[in-house]
Design a protein around this ligand. Sequence first.
Ligand code: GDP
Ligand code: MG
Length: 176
Amino acid sequence: NGSYDLSFKITLVGAPGVGKSSLLASFISNSVDVLPPTIGVDFKIKLLTVGGKRLKLTIWDTAGQEKLRTLTPSYYRGAHGIILVYDVTCRETFTNLADIWAKEVELYSTNQDCVKMLVGNKVDKESERLVSREEGIALAKELGYLFLECSAKTRENVEQCFEELALKIMTVPSLL
Ligand code: GDP
Ligand code: MG
């Protein structure tokens, strides 16, 4: 009925083509609890229950603006969680993560304790993989991010990305 206990803003970032929009579409697709966004077309809203709480997730996609290399501060402002996505079959999307995207996240996220997650997408293309799972784990550890690999195409681990992020956000008192 549209009611919820907690409302979180989640922002998807990462290089063009890594699958951010696909990840969001994949997450939203098997659900009846999707509300139409009230303003603009840059985010989607999904209701789900995690850890016994009814959550309203407002998930911001970048609508192609990442091609300008940097997003406007409004994408980050007030975010409870940030998902930094790369493509496991494209090394370039991984190598510039720490220098470009993680720096931008630090610069613009207004919530000090905002939860961040590194996500390696397109694991269905295993034969084309160029970034190992171990490298992903190591970078996430270095950055202090959560880590998961997923496939927006097969939906492998897609729900887990959002659920693990939400669960972690719920453990941070300053974000509730
Ligand atoms: P964005 O620019 O980060 O939003 O990336 P898109 O969601 O537009 O995806 C870029 C391209 O990668 C599209 O052709 C998608 O179909 C493809 N893609 C996205 N996710 C996956 C995935 O998990 N597996 C495969 N095989 N292709 C994907
Ligand atoms: Mg996109």
